[in-house]
Design a protein around this ligand. Structure first.
Ligand code: NAD
Ligand code: TYD
Length: 343
């Protein structure tokens, strides 16, 4: 039986991947290593709980002892664990360097020591920086422009260096913005859906014309399972959704789906260094035989429905977690008190 270490699997994407792998491959056992930061939630892993094919280790990927314990006997590693929110990185990047660079180093060292068969480093399209026209290919230069993406870029290239220097069978994946169920409500889609449900303002940064390419989280998980089986060591793969949407249009669609008025849109002070547009060329993955399947309109509609039906998942975070409340006040109180002119 294959034994796969999935780090950061109590978070949004890692948990989707772990649930899907668990569901689809009954010859695989899964070890999860997660520090359970504010973004980690064991409820996301409920379908695995109690199974003999699942072990949970609470620990930090930057802690060699925790990593040694969790990786023992594993032949495959997927590293999802990271500090992931750009806005938080702008308010203080120390944890981002600890986890997104040092943590990757500790995982790679252990993977090298025990000789794993495959190590997938989950990177991000944000390592390329912004692109005003066209699409980034895997061979394009990296130019991260905020502390989150810079830290992820460090992890991305460190992982590659362990392939080039030591032959650790590393694959690097760079996905575009994910959306779907269990998305922590600090990111734009779940924040705007849950604020709109409660008739709270939707704080749209700047002129609202920034563009993101949206990838459904189930497509991302499926793409990673495909790469586990078909990806080549030493290679980097873009995973994009092919759904470019301007933030203001995204916001309007969310409001329309919920039957809420556009007066809830509140233009607020922009994010410093706000990347204007991300776009990925995904020919390399398509040539290997995989492409996403979820159409954005349907994916967004289902996601809105999921949040409407799963208040018991997100309301305790937004209303009772002092950490979330402190973050919301820190990032939004001043912005919401000084609204900008609508775009
Ligand atoms: P998330 O913030 O929802 O979850 C992160 C998880 O990592 C949490 O469970 C947290 O407890 C855990 N974690 C954080 N620091 C840790 C540490 N030091 N040791 C162990 N566990 C730790 O993140 P996500 O959105 O699911 O993103 C997962 C990965 O995908 C990240 O590497 C991120 O950079 C990458 N990615 C995300 C997106 C996106 O749109 N969300 C897009 C492309 C790539
Ligand atoms: P986010 O979900 O934080 O993802 P990322 O910064 O990794 O792309 O933000 C997505 C887009 O939404 C980005 O252009 C910033 C914008 N945004 C807002 O306008 N308001 C918000 O409150 C947030 C969180 C994001």
């Amino acid at each position: 039986m294959k034994k796969v270490l999935v780090t950061g699997a109590a978070g949004f994407i890692g948990s989707c991947f772990a649930r899907r792998l668990f569901r689809e491959r009954d010859d695989v056992s899964i070890v999860v290593l997660d520090k359970l930061t504010y973004a980690g939630n064991l409820a996301n892993l409920e379908p695995l709980a109690g199974s003999p094919r699942y072990r949970f280790v609470k620990g930090d990927i930057a802690d060699p002892e925790a990593v040694r314990d969790a990786m023992e006997g594993c032949d495959t590693v997927l590293n999802f664990a990271a500090e992931t929110h750009v806005d938080r990185s702008l308010q203080g990047a120390a944890h981002f360097l600890d986890t997104d660079i040092k943590g990757v180093f500790v995982l790679l060292e252990e993977a090298r020591r025990i000789g794993v068969e495959k190590f997938i480093q989950i990177s991000t399209d944000e390592v390329y920086g912004q692109i005003l026209e066209g699409e980034f290919k895997e061979t394009d230069p990296l130019n991260p422009r905020n502390p989150y993406s810079a830290a992820k870029c460090g992890g991305d290239r460190l992982a590659y260096s362990y392939w080039a220097s030591y032959g650790v069978p590393v694959i690097v994946t760079r996905a575009s913005n994910n959306y779907g169920p269990y998305h922590y409500p600090e990111k734009v889609i779940p924040l705007f859906i849950t604020n709109a449900i409660d008739d709270l303002p939707l704080p749209l940064y700047g002129d609202g014309r920034n563009v993101r390419d949206w990838l459904h989280v189930e497509d991302h998980a499926a793409g990673l399972i495909f790469l586990l089986e078909h990806g080549k060591a030493g290679e980097t793969y873009n995973i994009g959704g092919g759904n470019e949407v301007m933030n203001v249009d995204l916001t309007r669609r969310i409001l329309e789906l919920l039957g809420k008025p556009e007066t809830l849109i509140r233009p607020v002070a922009d994010r410093p260094g706000h990347d204007r547009r991300y776009a990925l060329n995904t020919d390399k993955l398509k040539a290997l035989g995989w492409a996403p399947t979820v159409a954005f309109d349907k994916g967004l509609e289902d996601t809105v429905k999921w949040f409407v039906e799963h208040e018991s998942w997100w309301r305790p975070i937004k209303e009772r977690d002092p950490e979330f409340k402190a973050w919301y006040a820190k990032n939004y109180a001043e912005r919401l008190a000084a609204p900008q002119t609508p775009a």
